[in-house]
Design a protein around this ligand. Sequence first.
Ligand code: URA
Length: 280
Amino acid sequence: MAYEIAARPVGHRPSATTISAVSAEERERSPSERREALKQVFMQARSCTRCPELAATRKTVVFGAGNADAELMFIGEAPGASEDEQGVPFVGRAGKLLEQLLGEIGQKRTDVFIANTLKCRPPGNRDPLPIEIQNCEEYLLRQVELIQPTVICTLGNFSTKLLRGDPTGITRLHGQPEVLVLGARAVRLYPIYHPAAALYTPRMLETLREDFMRLPELLALGPPEQPPAPDVPDLAEAAELAEAPEPPKRANATEASSSARRQATAAAEDDTAVDQLGLF
Ligand code: URA
């Protein structure tokens, strides 16, 4: 099956209607199939140019990292300088705090999946622009759909507002779990303060820690009741069509061998990038 990220209409609420058909199919897929599909989404994101400024200024696309079958997924704002340099989310000071808080609830970075609302660093660490959030939203929804987390912990305002499709801020919402339907799946959404904000404000750190401590009991509840699988025969047919192999093109021997070399080089580069992702 092809895992194309298609351009889709603009809208504030991530209704995820374009992915609901695929979501229904994902329910049937094994973790390793979903991980492979996630790698394909990464391959697409790696060369994304939807946001010309970000594409021109980024060093790497910071797709996300961790357990591709995680129960718990964190969604931050956008990569900073260190993340952009290393291609891995939350490796700077905020990331160290996140790791410490994870340790306090008996979890490691490698137990969870960590992603961001934007996959590219905004220059000078400026706030993500609405159009950038919109452009990147589909990658995030595909990640959620393929990882199938039970709990999504949004860190700060940007990811919380995006997933809830509502401008209510983190100060009002932090520490209050709610069930949210994304695509064809229901998840437990748990907004908390962004660790970067807590770095310099002791009271905020205290609140963040208290909220964090409730994560184990939320995880212990297991997945929320799931909505019925949508009946989408037309889209399923479309997916089959997308899989139809292209008719072979004729090539002479020299063209064929240089094309094979190019493909081998591209495949080796892809493998290296996937390894750097720390996806397992
Ligand atoms: N802040 C974020 O929101 N994401 C990162 O990856 C790093 C810092």
